[in-house]
Ligand binder design. Sequence first.
Ligand code: TXE
Length: 526
Amino acid sequence: MEVRTLTAEEARDDIVSRDPATGREIGRVPVASSEEVARALSDARTAQNGWAKLSFRERGRVVMRARAIVLDEIEEIAALISEESGKPADEAIAMEIVPTLDLMQFFARKSAKLLKPEKIDIGQYGLMGRSSRIVYKPLGTVGIISPWNFPWAIPLGEVVMALMAGNAVVLKPSELTPMVGVKIGEVFKRAGLNDDLLQVVTGDGRTGAALVEARPDKIMFTGSVATGKRVAETAARNLTPVVLELGGKDPMIVLEDADVEMAAQAAVWGALANAGQACASVERCYVHESISEKFIARAVELVKSLRLDVGTREATDIGAMSSERQLNTVEEHIDDAVARGARILTGGRRNETLAGSFYEPTVLTDVDHTMLVMRDETFGPVLPIMTFKTEDEAIGLANDSPFGLTASVWTKDIARGRRIAEQIEAGTVMVNEVLYTHGIAQTPWGGVKQSGLGRTHGRLGLLELVTPQHIHVNRFSFIPDFWWFSYTPRASKLFRGFAQRFATGNPLQTSLLLPQMIRRFFERRP
Ligand code: TXE
């Protein structure tokens, strides 16, 4: 088996984190070697034993102290997120910090209830004095590998949930936003969490790979499909379970009875917030032909009014893209679309007046599914709009994608919206909303198809971070089980009776076996 290790020699050079809007250096972090990652994990494992013994209330207290620090330093944290990722500081507050403050109080207060031991209905076995419960136990150590697009909200949410479930965490933040990752570690340390329980190992993909190789008890990965598959392959060799939150190409369907003004505003925000670098961004917009003219005109008007600028400046709507590489992908998609006949109504080029990685917010029409911009993840400030004639056609177009993260349907008829939602292949479908449900920590987050495996957030997300243990009790232990040895002729007959009657699940049927059961009970055993 191939075992890749990242030696200290190979990990020699620090990562320099830069502001994509200005190129200014924000900080430097080391690249953790395989050995350092393995040590972090082993320390985490040792510390976890004590942490798991604490009550939910005690763990929650630490999380609430961390929450108070975040609230206290909200402006400083927002500025750091903005400088390291390019997004407007206001957007960092609205889309990253507010949701995590809510997530922190929710899981600090509710994890005990969400993970309460559960009694299972075991049918007629219950009549035989048996009972079953599920208790939820921590996994041990959780490795979190996170991306740059929501450098605060994605890892922090997972850290809080993993800790509340009683685990220790090793976090590997993206190499594009390591300082935000380091800040998360610092906040918990100041909140009184033992250093070993949350360790932030900085580095690039090699450090991420080293974390997977080090065999944590679970990997929570968010990033590209290609890397996610690589992570899953490596994890499979050790049977390490993974949750994969991968890309999206999320469709928005605007039906003829939608509120055009609201739908246009939502499409513009859903496609362009965070400069379009969200896995749940509106990446494909399908509008009914009867309202398309009005919708497109309004969307273009709104996009033209947006202010593109450095994220820390006041009133900036759209900041720099996180990296030059991401901007190149957008350019490639736009060039391909235009070459195949798409029309640019606004934007469609990089901004030359601002020095950093800025791309003009863009609206495209005359697009179709042969174009990269309708097939692959663009992950940029682009709203491509296509028209449709019938509801079935819109559903077909929405489902014509290898991805299935979120989707939205716009209509004044809620029942119709729900009916269509259920026909769309996606982990989340919103009716008259876009993009934002990652911010509702109470709801599950995750996709189908190439968008990933498993769920984060909500009870389903918390259940990913524990192992269910089934505890079965027999209170009638003075009676030998009918199915134990020996297999006498009487037993043989009773087993056949069980097949015919007990296995129907009907107690009346089972009661017909009582005489046989009594005889079996008094049968002499060797
Ligand atoms: O992601 P990567 P990148 C999509 C988006 C974007 C593309 C590429 O389309 O254009 O992915 O982004 C770590 N083993 N999304 O290259 O490489 C890496 O260090 C273990 C969608 O930045 O997947 C980082 O911490 N880890 C997405 C994390 O994986 C490895 C968010 C993500 O990096 C590794 C981000 C390896 N072999 C990008 N190689 C979303 N779903 O929101 C890298 N990493």
